[in-house]
Design a protein around this ligand. Structure first.
Ligand code: RP5
Length: 162
């Protein structure tokens, strides 16, 4: 098993159905990753340890998803210089706007690359991580280019009645 270069973390088991979209992209592009539940509020010590050891464990990108008062991506960015991609998970109460606002408005000095709300954001988080890793991995760059070309090729020129 290759050492994971991407860490997918999420605040709760209930986030996994969203964050799995990121994992699926990484699987498709043959990128080694790990997936962990790390809650900013429920398991703060786990969050601290994860951030403290991220560099030494060889993580190059962290994709962090959370919903509601979504402090996980920002707190992780405060604890490690490994780039953090934030995914606002869609919530029932406020449709994920709460998650988005909690993640996107970081103070100067601790950036989080914030994706769209929900499944599309998680998938894009996987693609963003792939793009970062592809800067220094020619084989991955080829796989990513091929994935993007296939997506473009799958879009018909004319609409049809459904
Ligand atoms: C957040 O609270 C999690 O990221 C999750 O999106 C949300 C709800 O968590 P559960 O109550 O489903 O565990 O911390």
């Amino acid at each position: 098993m290759a050492k994971p270069s991407v860490g997918i973390i999420m605040g709760s088991q209930s986030d996994w159905s969203t964050m799995k979209e990121a994992a699926d992209i990484l699987d498709t592009l043959e990128i080694a990753y790990e997936a962990r539940i790390v809650s900013a509020h429920r398991t703060p010590d786990r969050l601290w340890d994860y951030g403290k050891t991220a560099v030494s464990r060889g993580l190059q990108v962290i994709i962090a998803g959370a919903g509601g008062a979504a402090h996980l991506p920002g707190m992780m960015a405060s604890k490690t210089r490994v780039p953090v991609i934030g995914v606002p998970v869609q919530t029932r109460a406020l449709s994920g706007v709460d998650s988005l606002y909690s993640i996107v408005q970081m103070p100067k000095g601790f950036p989080v690359a914030t994706m769209a709300i929900g499944a599309a954001g998680a998938a894009n988080g996987g693609l963003m991580a792939a793009g970062i890793l592809a800067l220094h991995d020619a084989a991955l760059a080829q796989r990513l280019d091929a994935w993007r070309a296939a997506l473009s090729a799958s879009i018909p020129e004319e609409p049809v009645d459904e």
